[in-house]
Design a protein around this ligand. Sequence first.
Ligand code: ZN
Length: 255
Amino acid sequence: MPAETHLFVCLKDNYGVLLHDPSTGATAAIDAPEAAPIEAALAERGWRLTDILVTHHHADHTGGIAELKKKHLCRVVAPRKEASKIQNIDVTVREGDVVQVGSMVGRILETPGHTAGHISYWFKQDKLAFVGDTLFSVGCGRILEGTPEMMWQSLVKIRNLPADTQLYCGHEYTAANVHFALSIEPKNSALRARAEEVVRLIEKKRPTIPTTIQQEKSYNPFLRADLHSVAGSINMEGANPESVFATIRARKDKF
Ligand SMILES: [Zn+2]
């Protein structure tokens, strides 16, 4: 039976996601921004929380762990490189490790840059990836603990997943990201279509995610920094992708 997901808003603009395995009943929360909306989502679906898969140490991704663990006695999986910054961990993981949620098999991708030990969870069979604050739809996370080179490599790693992989990210930032992306690639027709779609979704108060690798490749400027056309649009023809990426990221920080 295919995996099921349930997406909901936490805090102001964070997303909570539940990943459910119908064949075993196992359910993982990807990050735990706060306990109450996760409890509400579990109750709505009638699911039992067995695991919390943490992407990085920021409080808006970990604030609900203690309360949820106390109530559900769930297993908490977190990045080994951030183990000292996250409470209540049961299992630490690093690049290439495998995490099982019921019968679903996730592989750990280290995707540093936003934080130094940030990880993503890739469920190959289910064509799902949970990328936290590394990649957003039409955007990427701020580089708070890493370097632009590190973040670019992390984004390329995600970009290399199969094109039909569905991506779940940690925040609803798409409208602002689209606005910025249009300043880099105003003539990108896929981006312009995405801009219209995002307006429609937000009017209906619907989420703009999940997205897919294929979609993001067509309109996310941060995944397109190695295209001549994108380098050209910011007068950096011939520069290496890391430099083009760094410049686009720096522009977004000030946008
Ligand atoms: Zn974060």
